[in-house]
Design a protein around this ligand. Structure first.
Ligand code: GDP
Length: 172
């Protein structure tokens, strides 16, 4: 009896505290949104089996903490990551301006081929960052895809993950 081997992709979620990283992962993995939950401590991951273009893939989604004291530990978690979602919040210029710091950390800690996805979360709120500005940033910084999402309403969350899976499969 032959057993199907299912490829495993490791995805990482980065971004400033409160941009909605945990909510983004929760919305995708469990389709739920919790208004206020405890800050992520260290690193946690969820697993999800997905079928994209009739191909079964196991996703391991790592949600990283923004707290400085965990940063050194987090570096080892970049190992083997196929893609990284770099989040800002569309209503927070501060979180958008912090993107450079996340990109620098990626450059220092991740391998060059990692697929980079830019995500403007909280699209249900009044925006401070226009789509055009984010698209410009995406193009200047070698992101493969850009999505505006709402972890609250679920808008675009599944699409962000599925399009990323497709892209990673294409690059295999
Ligand atoms: P993290 O620190 O990046 O993991 O952020 P959290 O997931 O803990 O979210 C921070 C706060 O923003 C929480 O109160 C969430 O309920 C809220 N939040 C997260 N995503 C969204 C969203 O898409 N829209 C709105 N309106 N609130 C959100």
């Amino acid at each position: 009896m032959s057993k199907e081997t299912v490829p495993m992709f490791k995805f990482i979620v980065l971004g400033d505290q409160s941009v909605g990283k945990s909510s983004f992962v929760k919305q995708y993995s469990e389709s739920i949104f919790i208004e206020a939950h405890k800050p992520t401590i260290g690193v946690e991951f969820v697993k999800k089996m997905v079928v994209v273009d009739k191909r079964k893939v196991e996703l391991q989604i790592w949600d990283t903490a923004g707290q400085e004291q965990f940063r050194s530990m987090i570096k080892s978690f970049y190992r083997g990551a196929a893609a990284v979602f770099v989040l800002y919040s569309v209503n927070s210029r501060d979180s958008f301006e912090k993107l450079d710091q996340w990109l620098q950390e990626l450059q220092e800690s991740a391998h060059e081929e990692i697929v980079k996805i830019l995500v403007g979360n909280k699209s249900d709120l009044d925006r401070d960052i226009s789509k055009e500005e984010a698209e410009k940033f995406m193009n200047e910084n070698n992101f493969s895809l850009f999505f505006e999402t709402s972890a609250k309403t679920g808008e675009n969350v599944e699409k962000a993950f599925e399009d990323t899976v497709k892209l990673v499969i294409m690059r295999m």
